[in-house]
Design a protein around this ligand. Sequence first.
Ligand code: SF4
Length: 99
Amino acid sequence: MWVEDWAPRAACRSTQPDQLFVKGAEQNKAKQVCGSCPVQAECLAEALDNQIEWGVWGGMTERERRALLRRKPDASWRAVLETARKTATTATAVVPVQA
Ligand code: SF4
């Protein structure tokens, strides 16, 4: 389920904001906090759909987001990510668990 009010659930909510707005290679270190974030897709969609240029959002660096935007400049990233989440959830639900 897509979370509209995602910011209060952000894994980085107790992080100093400056830690996510570092430059260059430091961004790869900064985005580690995103790996456990329950609203990573929502955060990424916000950044991509609003073409936010600075900082780490949704587990992606500025450079990584620019690459995605170049590949699909007219995409609704919320639609893309919401569909991907639903597909993944459905696939998980039908795959039998092996003992
Ligand atoms: S994905 Fe990363 S930057 Fe976005 S809310 Fe979660 S922890 Fe913060």
